[in-house]
Design a protein around this ligand. Structure first.
Ligand SMILES: Nc1ncnc2c1ncn2[C@@H]1O[C@H](COP(=O)(O)OP(=O)(O)OP(=O)(O)O)[C@@H](O)[C@H]1O
Length: 754
């Protein structure tokens, strides 16, 4: 079963000046009646042409909250009670109606999907209890948290009580666990509404130019339904996620604080897009771990039913954003979700496992229990040992054998859901009934299953397996829940090594996240045609993905582009030759066509597992970064303070050769005569202008702090899209925190030949 994608076009807002509606809902093919399943939007490059995107259902501007709930969400409630988890999330650009759809307004008619879902859950609970003559009890609990600036905060805690670092998340037996989250029982709709409203006050929202109440965080509500009949308990979870909206900061007019939030929102959504891309390409590594939101959402890894509501604004001002959302949704709809219900377990069977399942279901979104060891709830069933032996085959074949007869889809038509076919009971499954073929290698990699039959594992998958293992261990520790062996069995040495590994992983994650942030910003600059800034961001990202070939070639291509532009005829060249800071590139107005092309190209990018970037690339990068034309090597500058000592005696004459170093030395007089920089000076300036923290801090007399200050000052010198650089030693000496002495140190620390 795939992710069900439902598109909703919001109505025009009162304050919306742009009345140019360009997005419409349409029915498929020649049908004129029936529910729309198509979103139509003009091609921005050719208005006469329109793009059509097909989804499970499409709702136009007139659609009511009730229609959306009744058609799309209400049918999932019975599956929730049958043990399926339900994940519902709203995706869209800022101001397109995600919060309106999920939470809605205060009046009955305006109530969103979440309160309606809870109302339906309570109704069904009462019905179940009544039908079972009181033998079955249903308990509903909820947890609610937000991911703000990539940190997890419990929304049941007021902001002043939060720890700034937020709550940690861990993998525990294939489930993503938020450690330390409050879980509140709520037995009536009224109680829920009170809790929910109170918690929403704690949510981070702010006004931006595009939305007066913009959500600055991803909000995740987990409603756990626990059905107990005698000693048997079945737990399932409904998760409703209101994602923060992607935003284009040129349109939001965001200030500094909003920009930081925005970068974090955009980054997580970027990672989500990368995950969807990697899944659709069946890549071995899905970068879930690059952001907390993707880790928690675990799209394509969570079991049960997943519905994405794609919120769209109808107006032209959102044109490119809408297209980008539609493209994302188009990929998402192809993601296969595992249709697995949570089976009941016996409360008395194993206290440890039962409580583990409770925690996991209540506080997390479940991830696929594909590996045999993860079938924790299955292990609790009263089965014979031979049954147990069959389980891995069952689990694998359920998800991976795509050639088996197609089961009836859960989605029977637009806006309708059919009963998901239940997994047959374990008793009825034999290895013969399920072909042993089980799965293709690509599927195995996709689902993160150890590929026992494969001759070798890729470096990335081994790394991921180790990380997961360590995470499981850490989660167990955090939750005081042993996973496989009681804690006392872990020797001190093993514990120490685990701690070390944990530190390494945390460090690596931080690094990756930072690197991805730079990549995201690079992409954003590139889409806007700000190539120099994009290049700078790629350079900042490089240390985090040092051997990434694709990144290397992207940078080279950009450098080429910038160089070509710089070398272009004077009309296109920058006109700031007399300015003290020499621009590397000029701003070039870009047609929307070029931007679209670049956006499309950028969309294709995926940071593949690192492979060695060859030395040639590195060399080229070294040589091409400054793009100095010959004429730029001639300066009019007073440089006497920065000469090699050995050349001081010649200080007031023309450029000459330093005997000790064989370098060409700059003239030192105050005469405004052109001079030629020595290779050592050129090399120093190149290192500085490259803004490579690692290289700068290696310079004599420069530590990490000073290097950072230098780089920050260089950024401050940038003028819009035009990158400033230091063109001589005097200018270098005037940078904040540098000074004459430091420049001398830097220079003398470099060997003449480099
Ligand atoms: N279907 C709708 N009917 C009426 N008003 C709507 C509808 N959808 C959205 N709106 C209104 O549009 C505005 C923006 O909606 P909302 O805050 O839900 O957007 P959002 O996508 O959650 O934005 P953000 O990502 O910034 O939080 C709100 O004033 C909301 O009331």
């Amino acid at each position: 079963m795939s992710v069900c994608v439902v598109a909703r076009i919001r109505p025009l807002l009162k304050l919306e000046l742009d009345k140019d509606t360009i997005v419409e809902a349409a029915t498929a093919g020649s049908e004129t009646i029936g529910s729309p399943t198509i979103v139509r939007i003009p091609n921005p490059k050719n208005e006469a042409e329109a793009f059509s995107f097909q989804f499970n259902s499409v709702y136009d501007q007139k659609a009511t909250q009730q229609q959306i709930f009744d058609n799309e969400v209400a049918p999932t409630v019975k599956h929730l009670f049958n043990g399926f988890d339900v994940t519902l999330f709203a995706y869209g650009v800022t101001g397109t109606g995600k919060t309106h759809t999920m939470r809605g307004g205060k009046t009955l008619a305006e109530r969103g999907v979440i309160p309606r879902l809870l109302s339906a859950i309570y109704r069904r609970s009462r019905k179940t209890e009544k039908d079972m003559s009181g033998e079955t009890q249903v308990e509903v609990t909820m947890s609610y948290y937000e991911i703000y600036n990539d940190r997890v905060y419990d929304l049941f805690e007021p902001p002043e009580k939060r720890t700034p670092a937020g709550l940690p998340i861990r993998d525990n037996g294939g489930k993503t666990v938020v450690v330390g989250l409050t879980e509140r029982p709520c037995t009536t709709l009224k109680e829920f509404e009170q809790l929910y409203d109170q918690a929403n006050v704690n949510r981070s929202t702010s006004a931006t130019k595009l939305n007066a109440h913009s959500s600055r965080s991803h909000a995740i509500l987990c409603v756990k339904v626990v059905q107990s009949t005698g000693d048997q308990t079945r737990i399932s979870t409904a998760s409703a996620i209101d994602l923060a909206g992607s935003e284009d900061n040129r349109r939001t007019d965001n200030g500094k604080e909003r920009l930081v939030e925005s970068a974090s929102i955009n980054k997580s959504l970027f990672v989500l897009a990368q995950c969807v891309e990697a899944i659709s390409r069946k890549q071995a590594r899905i970068p879930y771990r690059e952001s907390k939101m993707t880790r928690i959402l675990s799209l394509g890894q969570n079991n049960g039913i997943t519905i994405m509501v794609l919120n769209l604004a109808p107006v032209r001002s959102y044109h490119l954003d809408t297209l980008s959302s539609l493209n994302f949704a188009n990929r998402t709809k192809k993601i296969e979700v595992n249709e697995v219900e949570n089976e009941p377990f016996f409360r008395t069977a194993s206290k440890t496992m039962a409580s583990s399942a409770t925690i996991a279901s209540g506080l997390t979104l479940e991830r696929q229990p594909l590996r045999p060891k993860m079938l924790s709830h299955n292990m609790l069933l009263n089965k014979t040992s031979s049954d147990k032996a069959d389980k891995p085959v069952k689990a694998f074949s359920v998800y991976s054998d795509k050639s088996r007869p197609v089961r009836p889809s859960i989605i029977a038509g637009p806006g309708r859901r059919a009963e998901p076919q239940k997994r047959p009971s374990t008793d009825s499954i034999t290895t013969l009934a399920r072909p042993a073929k089980a799965m293709r290698p690509s599927d195995a990699a996709y689902f993160g299953v150890p590929r026992a039959v494969e001759p070798s594992l890729s470096k990335a998958s081994i790394e991921e397996m180790i990380e997961r293992k360590v995470e499981e261990k850490l989660a167990a520790r955090a939750l005081n829940e042993p996973i496989q062996a009681p804690a006392k069995d872990i020797s001190e040495e093993v514990q120490r090594r685990l701690d070390l590994l944990e530190q390494r992983i945390e460090k690596k994650e931080d690094g990756r996240a930072e690197g991805l942030q730079y990549l995201l910003m690079a992409k954003q600059h590139q889409v806007r045609g700000e190539d120099a800034s994009a290049l700078r961001m790629y350079q900042l990202a490089l240390p985090f993905f040092p051997d990434n070939e694709k990144l290397g070639s992207k940078m080279l291509a950009l450098q080429e582009k910038i160089r070509a532009r710089r070398d272009a005829p004077p009309a296109l060249a920058p006109s700031k030759a007399t300015a003290s800071i020499v621009p590397i590139s000029s701003v070039q107005a870009k047609s929307s066509k070029t931007r679209m092309q670049e956006a499309e190209e950028a969309d294709d990018e995926y940071i593949a597992p690192p492979e060695a970037m060859d030395a040639k690339d590195n060399d080229e990068e070294e040589d091409s970064f400054l793009f100095e034309s010959k004429s730029q090597k001639t300066y009019k500058r007073n440089l006497h303070v920065f000469r090699d000592e050995s050349t001081a005696q010649h200080s007031n004459i023309q450029p000459h050769t330093d005997e000790s170093t064989d370098e060409l030395v700059a003239p030192a007089s105050t005469a405004d005569e052109p001079f030629q920089q020595t290779p050592r000076t050129q090399n120093l300036l190149r290192i500085i202008n490259k803004r490579d923290l690692a290289q700068i801090k290696m310079l004599k007399g420069v530590g990490a702090k000073k290097a950072e200050a230098i780089i920050n000052t260089l950024y401050a010198m940038d003028d819009g899209d035009e990158e400033g650089f230091v063109r001589d030693l005097e200018q270098l000496g005037k940078l904040r925190g540098v000074g004459v002495k430091t420049v001398e140190n830097m220079r003398t620390g470099l060997s003449a030949g480099v």
